[in-house]
Design a protein around this ligand. Structure first.
Ligand code: AMP
Length: 395
């Protein structure tokens, strides 16, 4: 069921409580080193301002243990938000205490209030109903725009919308976009639909592989997880990173996947895990005992690029090799280039593949780069999120 979004309701004179994801990285001095998460919340905040409403923003930052910790204060985030919005932003020194309640009550049309870190309260992780009710009572509308936290049932994600009762509960524009690409497009893709899955471990992606095998026309495997599959086929993997305890599972995926599951045909190996070590390119399953596979080989890169080139929908999660250490970035680069060149709807499933796309400068050449790590993976596994399910459906 499509969810009602912040664009689907009358915002005039309404106070909107927005759960955003302001969990930005900071250096030791507390300076924000990457403000993309704040920027990603701007479309929703601007929609509320343009609609004649006002916004109470709540988020977590880091992992404080249910008690105030100045290191994780959202005050610097509020300051940065004011710069990005070219206007003033109020800040409450608590989340459900007297300062937050008074400032939320006094908030007027066009104003923005950032509450202090929700994780400064033990009630956040516990989903405490009393804590949730104080937040719910601050506003007329609840909006979830925190995609990175959507797979969690924290108080601000789940107990608060419940405590809102019959008041509107909607998705923000970021969450709406993520659901569109990571769920809707995957359920009814334009074909051929090709998935490219890589990364270090099969164990992290078993459910993703299983779910995508059921809906894709081809699933291309790269990264270290390819060697666990190679081992399952009786191949030689040398000193490559493998998960010996996942070999049986890899066999099952190979049986289930049949011709849909495509493994590398060659491998770029090195004697040691460093850029200057002796290197060799060998056929898959023929890695010498004293070498380790660190990337897909050039033949694989070429054939994967050709398969991607003929796809109408592409989803990519996980690098093809150790892309942080050239020359073992070549396979990942070739896949990223093929995706950037293709006319297909292209979805980059967060985490390291999002980092790789950014590193190669292709962010503008793909349809969607997911902002979530864990949340993206769970969505690719076909899971739905309780924190989203409880929001209003579109009538
Ligand atoms: P993941 O978090 O599972 O997506 O894994 C990403 C990490 O896997 C990256 O840091 C890569 O450097 C690493 N990786 C990919 N291929 C290999 C490989 N062949 N050997 C060792 N590490 C790899």
């Amino acid at each position: 069921m499509p969810k009602r979004s912040i664009r689907d309701i009358d915002l005039s004179g309404k106070k909107v409580l927005v759960r955003v994801d302001f969990n930005v990285p900071q250096n030791d001095q507390g300076t924000i080193t990457d403000d993309r998460r704040i920027e990603m919340a701007l479309p929703t905040i601007r929609t509320i301002m343009d609609g004649g409403g006002c916004a109470v923003l709540m988020s977590h930052l880091g992992r404080p243990d249910g008690a105030p910790d100045p290191k994780y204060s959202l005050r610097p985030v509020a300051t940065r938000l004011a710069e990005l919005m070219l206007g003033s932003v109020q800040f409450a020194t608590d989340t459900v205490g007297p300062d937050a309640v008074a400032k939320a009550r006094a908030l007027k049309v066009g104003e923005i209030l950032v509450l202090e870190n929700v994780r400064f309260n033990a009630g956040e992780k516990k989903g405490d109903p009393e804590y949730a009710q104080i937040l719910a009572d601050m506003a007329d509308v609840y909006c979830n725009d925190a995609f990175g936290t959507c797979h969690r049932k924290d108080g601000s994600m789940y107990a608060v919308p419940i405590a809102m009762g019959s008041k509107p509960k909607v998705v923000g524009l970021l969450v709406q976009k993520e659901i569109k690409y990571l769920s809707d497009v995957i359920r009814s893709p334009e074909r051929p639909f090709v998935a490219i899955l890589g990364g270090a471990k099969v164990s992290d992606k078993i459910n993703v592989i299983g779910n995508l095998l059921a809906v894709c026309d081809k699933v291309l495997i790269g990264g270290a997880m390819a060697y666990t599959f190679s081992l399952a086929q009786g191949g030689g993997v040398g000193k490559s990173l493998v998960e010996a305890d996942k070999v049986e599972l890899a066999k099952k995926l190979l049986d289930d996947g049949g011709a849909k599951l495509v493994l590398p045909s060659d491998t770029h190996c090195a004697k040691e895990f460093n850029a200057t070590s002796e290197r060799v390119i060998v056929s898959a399953g023929e890695i010498p005992d004293d070498f380790q596979g660190l990337d897909i080989g050039p033949k694989t890169a070429e054939s994967y690029a050709a398969i991607i080139g003929s796809a109408k929908t592409v989803i990519w999660n996980g690098p093809m090799g150790v892309f942080e250490m050239p020359p073992f970035d070549l396979g990942t680069r070739a896949v990223a280039q093929a995706i950037a060149d293709s006319q297909a709807t292209s979805i980059i499933g967060g985490g390291d593949s999002a980092a790789a796309i950014a590193q190669f400068g292709f962010e503008d050449k793909v349809t969607h780069v997911s902002t979530g790590g864990g949340a993206s993976l769970e969505m690719l596994e076909g899971k739905t999120f309780a924190a989203v399910d409880i929001l209003d459906d579109l009538p």
